[in-house]
Design a protein around this ligand. Sequence first.
Ligand SMILES: [Zn+2]
Length: 219
Amino acid sequence: MSDNPAAAAAAAAAAAAAAAAPAPIHFGEYRQALTLDYIRQHYDPDARDILIDPQIIVVHWTATPTLESLYSIFDPDTLPAARAGISRGGKVNVSSQFTVDRDGTIYQLMPDNWMARHTIGLNRIAIGIENIGGPRWPLTEEQLSANEWLIRHLTRKYERIAYVIGHHEYLNFRDTALWQENDSTYFTLKQDPGDEYMARLRARLSDLELLARYAEGSP
Ligand SMILES: [Zn+2]
């Protein structure tokens, strides 16, 4: 026991946070099979696995306030009925390879070279980073620093990564050689995480010379 109430409260909060930290999301055989179905429907009818070739990092915000709320969205294998706007795109649930909590803690939710359903047209070449936050919960300095660290890490691990984009910029890749989507009418309009956040992130990463728009021959 501590006789310092503030320290005791901080310790209790830390214990609660540790207890709430998620395991990787559930991504067993069934979800892997649904992911392969999605790849065959949208990208390649002859696909045999769910591996990706990372060339783009897509930065998102979750539009949810807490890690727990994101986890409850991503953990189920299948898309909930409420997602009518994208349900015709397939049964597998949405996810991302990484999420960054508001204190800057990075969580890997699934293998970073397995396909996650997070960005139409680019899923097979993109690693997604979901930041906990949104218009009502502006992304934090700690998240910005964590995004910078994670992107540096991923570009060292995957040498073909040549782009970092915000989800709101993904339609710039339509009609380029990198876009893969068999259904030209299947897309949604996105606002996350916005130009201001991407400008700040790109300023941090300028030495990596990552591209924001498609450039022929890159990678
Ligand atoms: Zn997004």
